[in-house]
Ligand binder design. Structure first.
Ligand code: SF4
Length: 310
């Protein structure tokens, strides 16, 4: 089962500074049926109690430090860095991470930064644990619990999680040109649906295998994860659906061709979800098998039962 690291409070564990939790039923109930959620609470991990005094990020001598909010005299930054180091082995096997927002430890973005005296400087910071996570695992799919309420962000995140997991299994564990080519073949249309510009850059990246396979694999993963990191649009999906439609041009009679065209049009106009034309394509694929098309991650970027398509 794919493992996703998760802020423990998002799973309902009462580990927050005030003794409460921040349970997300989407994550704790819905997602947990399909993914193994691995809880981490960095603040409890560095030995803080529940409940505990609130902490905040302060800019002190050009460095961001994690200190107690009241007096600023207790500095937890080094403990947090040590905690992160100790967790490396548990973080390594993860294929994604869901962080709790607004936390000076776990927040991914828009975290308050204070000055040395505790006065607010700006809200452009990142939690100390989240910062270490993103710096050390730059390609790892990471999202905040609240942002997952947005359907496009949600779809992009789980698409990345599945891609990251398959890339690890298929390519990282057996680094050779054929593995990378196999992955690229499977993800061709999915990447095209998210970012046509990067899609066209990936061909030359795969070709780089001939000179430096390790570099090619590393470059490919970074570009591919970047391509999938922004929610896509109906227009881009429609473009890919029309490409896929072309595979059936010799198999379907005019009535069924029209049925598929109509479904793609309805999706493009916003009348039906992406799942509608995809279901039809999958149905035709069972009638007229095509090995190349059947491999396409685009047709099943994550368990469809999750109902994640925007
Ligand atoms: S936000 Fe992070 S550090 Fe704070 S309670 Fe949740 S898991 Fe623990």
């Amino acid at each position: 089962m794919i493992k996703i690291g998760t802020s423990a409070c998002v799973l309902g564990e009462k580990v927050r500074f005030d003794g409460g939790h921040k349970r997300s039923s989407f994550v704790a109930s819905h997602i947990s049926e399909y993914y193994q959620l691995v809880p981490f609470c960095p603040e409890v991990g560095i030995g803080m109690s529940v409940p505990r005094p609130a902490i905040q990020l302060r800019e002190i001598n050009d460095e961001i430090r994690l200190v107690d909010s009241k007096t600023g005299s207790s500095d937890y930054s080094d403990k947090m860095a040590n905690y992160f180091e100790r967790q490396q082995c548990s973080l390594e096997p993860l294929d994604g991470y869901i962080l709790a927002g607004k936390s000076p430890s776990c927040g991914m973005e828009r975290i308050k930064i204070h000055n040395e005296e505790g006065r607010l400087l700006h809200r452009d910071g990142r939690g100390m644990f989240a910062e270490a996570l993103i710096r050390n695992f730059p390609d790892l799919p990471v999202e905040e619990d609240g942002r997952l309420n947005d359907k496009g962000i949600r779809e992009s995140f789980f698409t990345r999680v599945e891609a990251y997991a398959l890339f690890r299994k298929l390519v990282m564990e057996d680094i050779q040109a054929s593995s990378l080519i196999e992955f690229h073949t499977r993800y061709k249309y999915l990447i095209l649906a998210y970012n046509p510009k990067i899609y066209y850059e990936l061909g030359p990246t795969v070709a780089q295998c001939a000179n430096d396979i390790e570099q090619a694999v590393s470059n490919y993963r970074s570009k591919m994860m970047l391509a999938l990191s922004k929610p896509t649009t109906r227009k881009k999906h429609t473009n890919v659906l029309m490409h896929l439609q072309g595979f059936f041009k010799n198999d379907l009679d005019s009535k069924y061709k029209k049925e598929l065209s109509d479904e793609i049009d309805k999706y493009h106009s916003g009348y039906v979800p992406l799942l509608a034309p995809l279901t039809l394509i999958n149905h035709y694929l069972r009638e007229f098998p095509n090995e190349f098309l059947q491999k396409q991650a685009y047709l099943k970027p994550f368990p469809l039962e999750l109902g994640l398509h925007a």
